[in-house]
Design a protein around this ligand. Structure first.
Ligand SMILES: Cc1cc2nc3c(=O)[nH]c(=O)nc-3n(C[C@H](O)[C@H](O)[C@H](O)COP(=O)(O)O)c2cc1C
Length: 330
């Protein structure tokens, strides 16, 4: 729950601002988390990682679980559907230095649903609570809080029963916080998020940490979500893609200042750092394609977004990336 100074806690971890980085598959890696933290983000979550894969030392897994000394507090998010396998994954994440274990019961993509993972499990409250119980045990052994991410009920088929059974079961099992994406699994990312649902969840679980997710697209909306629904924090997802300055802007708005827009020189500096970080984490061969998708996101901040976007779309190798920066960012 939020304190009078606006901080909140996940277990023993005090978090200093109500805008936190959401889990984002393909985006919330170590490199981007570092940039967000530098801009004032107090807490980050990795993208979802398949439970049984976190202990494999393949190249892809190594980049997924990568964290470092400055990347704290950080939650590692697991997805899976077997309590014992999820517990084993959680043990691995504790050993790798993650501060919090987050469990994904929200992912709406077809691949996850077909494999009975993520959002599929919103229809199986008994199994979800068993998974939470198993992982909370691991958390206790390692002094690490456990949290979960869920979605709103299915508006067509469920009378909210599953949502509240899952939330109540997780609360009683000892989960330290719940993140609620205020859209149903069926909605995926379409349509407005239902903030009134967040308000009702927080009202119901007044003494539990509730993090809201959905339509946090501007710094003002992050603070409005907290103010209007009573949730303890807002998870910043699409709003932060290509805009790590979002977190600095939230602090500006909180302090009653006009949110500072990054200058072109600042944008270029961050993008160079992002590229160098990607080379370090993924290697020089993979980095340009990863950075192409980031360039497309960063282009939104440029005064000529369409032109810059097209230039990033054409990037194939490191020199192409640098040429776009030199040409459009000086
Ligand atoms: C590209 C992308 C990847 C995402 N990956 C994850 C993920 O790995 N785990 C998760 O719990 N949510 C994931 N989400 C959901 C977001 O964390 C967030 O709940 C959702 O985007 C709603 O917030 P928004 O409307 O402010 O974007 C993802 C969303 C996007 C757009």
């Amino acid at each position: 729950m939020r304190t009078e100074t606006g901080t909140f806690r996940i277990g023993p971890i005090e978090i200093s601002s109500p805008a936190v980085l959401a889990p984002l598959a393909g985006y919330s890696d170590l490199v981007f988390r570092r940039l967000c933290r530098r801009m004032g983000c107090p807490y980050c979550t990795t993208e979802m990682m398949l439970d049984r894969c976190v202990s494999i030392n393949g190249k892809q897994q190594v980049t997924l679980v990568a964290t470092d000394r400055d990347d704290h507090p950080v939650a590692g998010q697991l997805v899976g559907n077997q309590p014992d396998v999820m517990a084993a994954g959680a043990r691995q994440l504790c050993a790798k230095g993650f501060d919090v274990i987050d469990l994904n019961f929200a992912c709406p993509v077809n691949k996850a649903l077909r494999r009975r993972r993520g959002g599929y499990l919103m229809s199986d409250p008994i199994l979800v609570v068993e998974i939470v119980q198993a992982v909370v045990e691991v958390g206790k052994e390692n002094d690490k809080p456990v949290t979960l991410k869920v979605r709103q009920r299915n508006k067509n088929t469920d009378d909210e029963g599953n949502f509240f059974t899952i939330a109540q079961g997780a609360y009683e099992a000892g989960a330290s916080a719940i993140t609620v994406h205020a859209r149903s699994v069926e909605q995926k990312y379409a349509g407005p998020a239902d903030w009134d649902f967040l308000r009702r969840v927080k009202e119901h679980f007044a003494d539990w940490v509730v993090i809201g997710s959905g339509d946090v697209l501007t710094p003002e909306s992050a603070l409005a979500m907290v103010r209007e629904t009573g949730v303890d924090a807002a998870a910043v997802a699409r709003g932060a893609l290509g805009n790590p300055w979002f977190f600095r802007q939230v602090r500006d708005v909180q302090a009653g200042r006009e949110p500072r827009q990054p200058t072109l020189a600042e944008q270029a500096e961050v993008m160079r750092e992002h590229f160098d970080g990607a080379v370090e984490l993924y290697g020089p061969r993979k980095a340009p394609s990863i950075m192409r998708k980031w360039g497309i996101r960063y282009a939104r901040m440029h005064p000529h977004p369409k032109q810059v976007r097209m230039a990033f779309v054409a990037v194939k190798k490191t020199d192409d990336w640098r040429a776009v920066l030199d040409r459009y960012y000086g």
